[in-house]
Design a protein around this ligand. Structure first.
Ligand code: TYD
Ligand code: MG
Length: 455
């Protein structure tokens, strides 16, 4: 009798395993993502890799564990260091996800160059590009000095050998979806391959105290497993995002065992590779139309940094029975809620109008402190009356139209003062906490009506 092949079904979004096929993944609720793959053989998971994780055999107290300061290596980019939690930790596994073509390879090549330049040994392993292609890219980003080694390889066994031979301090794996292990029978990019490969890399990283960066493409369709399958295995998950046709890119930490997850790093894609944007506010406000209705400047806090940005709204009479609403760069439901507040508390007939809200520059911000700016942008567009371009606005709006306190108000005011703003509309409750205003006129408001009256 023919032996039954042992297969299982995996969700290629989240990696959920099931014995039978299902149209919808019960774990992440994605449709049509289950694919059939050979089930992971129990004995294929190596219990201890040769030189793998050293088992701590004796329980110890935390104070006996020493953490040295020099454990962190700087990447040479302050923006990236901040997202990682002040540098790379030896022995950590970092996943860098993002859409194809967003600049992941470029970023990591530049990081490799910086590390090599500061005296660290780096191995860059590409399964996607030939050495020639890498060289072409390297030529664009400038000269490379120091010990940066390249390898074009997709077999993990060979990669492991190379790592043991070169003994680098950092390894870059360009796209986990191209890597494969021979003892796993499914194709490269499948859920089990991607998982098993990461497992090996995890053991190498922890066992040899090497920092490993893994590139993972975000895939919308096809049989390639997405980086979410790996999120629980790695120490840090970074997503590189941005509009393909806008030049700046935002690096966001989604998970970080060695730092906070709300920091962002801002980069700009130039002819000569990625450059850091040290002052994102200036960047996001550049090219702002002054004297245009529906545009206001708001301030959002990302991690520890205040960032000024422009909120735009366009309100136009609706032509059909159903009013259209869109929100780009912010939460759609939040915009609907704010419009309902305007309708009910301030008696604007918003249901007769289409409304489009946009955060200029293609960034995505969801902080409640943007509420008041969105509301005032909508009113400004509705009345076709421009807001003074030297005014900055922040505050959370509640369902009864009240303006509620936000965190770090003083930081926001300072950032605005630094960039030459003259007036700030903010929640009245925050007024008491601001000691220094740096010459900015502060207008505290209790509710939305009061704020509209100030325009
Ligand atoms: P890449 O790093 O290959 O993206 P990923 O690895 O995420 O797929 O980046 C590709 C894009 O970046 C490509 O469209 C060209 C652009 N680019 C520049 O604009 N300037 C440069 O110096 C480099 C190297 C790339
Ligand atoms: Mg690439």
């Amino acid at each position: 009798m023919a032996k039954m092949k042992a297969t299982a079904f995996f969700c290629k979004e989240c990696g959920h395993e099931s014995a039978k096929w299902m149209g919808q993944c019960p774990a992440c609720r994605a449709w049509n993502t289950m694919v059939e793959e050979p089930a992971a053989k129990k004995d294929s998971v190596r219990k201890t890799a040769s030189g793998g994780i050293k088992v701590v055999s004796k329980p110890v107290k935390l104070e006996e564990v020493s953490i040295e300061e020099q454990d962190r290596i700087s990447t040479g980019y302050r923006e990236l260091d901040r997202v990682l939690g002040s540098g790379i930790v030896a022995g950590s596994l970092v996943l860098v996800g993002g859409d194809p073509g967003i600049g992941k390879s470029t970023l990591l090549l530049q990081v490799g160059r910086n590390l090599a330049g500061s005296g660290h040994k780096v191995l860059y392993i590409s399964g996607e590009e030939s050495l020639k292609q890498i060289k072409l890219r390297a030529n664009r980003i400038g000269s490379i000095a120091g010990e940066l080694f390249f390898l074009c390889e997709t077999s993990l066994d060979d990669i492991e050998k190379a790592i043991r031979e070169v003994r680098p301090e950092a390894v870059i794996i360009d796209s986990i979806q191209t890597m494969y292990r021979e003892d796993v029978s499914s194709a490269p990019g499948s859920v089990s391959q991607v998982r098993e490969s990461t497992n090996i890399l995890l053991q190498i990283a922890k066992g040899m105290e090497i920092a490993i960066f893994i590139v993972g493409h975000v895939t919308k369709e096809g049989v390639v497993a997405g980086p979410r399958v790996l999120e629980h295995m790695v120490d840090t998950v970074l997503y590189f995002e941005g509009e393909r046709n806008a030049s700046y890119r935002v690096l966001r930490a989604v998970k970080n065992r060695f730092g906070s997850t709300n920091e962002i790093g801002v980069f700009e894609m130039r002819e000569q590779g990625l450059a850091e944007v040290e002052n994102p506010s200036e960047y996001l406000l550049s090219g702002r139309p002054e004297e245009a209705s529906g545009a206001v400047v708001a301030c959002s806090i990302e991690g520890t940094r205040p960032i000024l940005l422009e909120v735009q709204a366009l309100v136009a009479q609706t032509n059909f029975g159903m009013a259209r609403r869109t929100a780009a760069g912010t939460d759609y439901n939040r915009v609907n809620l704010l419009m309902a507040v305007l309708e009910k508390r301030c008696h604007y007939e918003m249901s007769r109008y289409d409304a489009y809200v946009n955060i200029a520059g293609g960034v995505r911000m969801n902080e409640p402190a943007l509420d008041l700016a969105i509301v005032l942008a909508l009113v400004s567009s509705l009345k076709d009356r421009p807001v003074d371009p030297k005014t900055i606005i922040f505050g959370e709006v509640g369902l009864s139209g009240e303006v509620r306190a936000v965190s770090m108000a003083e930081h926001r005011v300072h950032e605005a003062a630094k960039l030459g703003f003259e007036r700030c509309i903010l929640p009245q409750v925050n007024m008491g906490k601001i000691k220094r205003a740096d010459g900015i006129v502060l207008c505290g408001v209790h509710n939305v009506k009061e704020a509209i009256g100030l325009l």
